[in-house]
Design a protein around this ligand. Structure first.
Ligand code: HEC
Length: 254
């Protein structure tokens, strides 16, 4: 009886530990411009210039239900059994940068511009820079730890319907659906250090072609070595195994 309670407590502690160790977010605001350069050299040959190949990074419906963490994990770990390999040659901050750039396929510059005016006129509780400084308790769009797990559709829902028992009101009677999307796109950009990315140039397109062949030969190697960011998770699993073995030994003895 006593032992089985210990088993449960240990298991819960370990899962919490593994969960915390695996939780990741950028140390500083990611740069879409840096992400763009990475994308053009490592991703464009499969995912295309407008991000429409394989996964539709330019499709509203596909993007609003994604989080930056979803994309970061795909880039960090790869997707098993597909050509999407782990990008172990990119540092953590480079991976966040390229994830930031993926969002720009969905973001629409004119919408973000219109969203700026809507934000300035209606959203002062969230502070001029979106950091929640206008009213205590207001959501901070620059809190990267929180932002990496947010979905645009969640923001659309909250702006439309408000948050019960808070000062966040429903805006659906004051803003059209289009205006709500514009302001959501605007607040999405607060988490990046720069937006929009520079326009495409002809040299960049040529550079892409020159850089693609070495990339494909690099792929198997990169997939074989363990990504640095998996170390905490690996340690967690090791702890779990050791503790389980210990507990099983204790149970056998008693
Ligand atoms: C060799 C081709 C190839 C390259 C290069 C490549 N990808 Fe992929 N990527 C794929 C394939 C194939 C999939 C779909 C895997 C599947 O079937 O789920 C994918 C899926 C993804 C996904 C998951 C989308 C989702 O949520 O379903 C992300 C994110 C992604 N790629 C980002 C990138 C980034 C960023 C780069 C460059 C650093 C990159 N990819 C380079 C082939 C590639």
């Amino acid at each position: 009886m006593n032992i089985s309670r210990k088993v449960w407590i240990s298991l819960i502690c370990l899962f919490v530990f593994v969960g915390i160790a695996a939780a990741q977010y950028p140390a500083e605001k990611p740069s879409v411009e840096s992400g763009k350069a990475i994308y053009k050299s490592k991703c464009v040959m499969c995912h295309g210039n407008i991000g429409s190949a394989i996964f539709e990074f330019n499709d509203h419906g596909s993007m609003v239900e994604k989080t930056s963490t979803d994309f970061y994990n795909a880039v960090t770990d790869g997707i098993m059994g597909t050509e999407m390999h782990a990008f172990t040659d990119l540092s953590e901050s480079q991976r966040w940068d390229v994830v930031a750039y993926l969002w720009t396929f969905w973001l629409d510059e004119p919408r973000v511009e219109e969203g700026k005016t809507i934000f300035t006129n209606n959203c002062r509780c969230h502070g001029a820079n979106g950091d929640g400084s206008g009213l205590s308790g207001a959501f901070d769009f620059t809190d990267l730890e929180v932002m990496v797990n947010k979905k645009p559709e969640g923001f659309i829902e909250i702006v439309s319907n408000g948050v019960p028992n808070t000062q966040m009101a429903s805006w659906s009677s004051r803003l059209s659906d289009d205006e709500i999307l514009n302001v959501v796109e605007r607040v999405w950009t607060f988490q990046f250090s720069d937006y929009p990315p520079s326009p495409d140039t002809a040299e960049m397109a040529t550079g892409t072609e020159l850089m693609s062949p070495p990339e494909s030969t690099e792929a198997p190697e990169a997939a074989a070595s363990a990504p640095a960011s998996q170390v905490p998770l690996g340690t967690g699993i090791l702890f779990l195994t050791v503790t389980m073995a210990y507990l099983v030994a204790r149970i056998r003895k008693s």
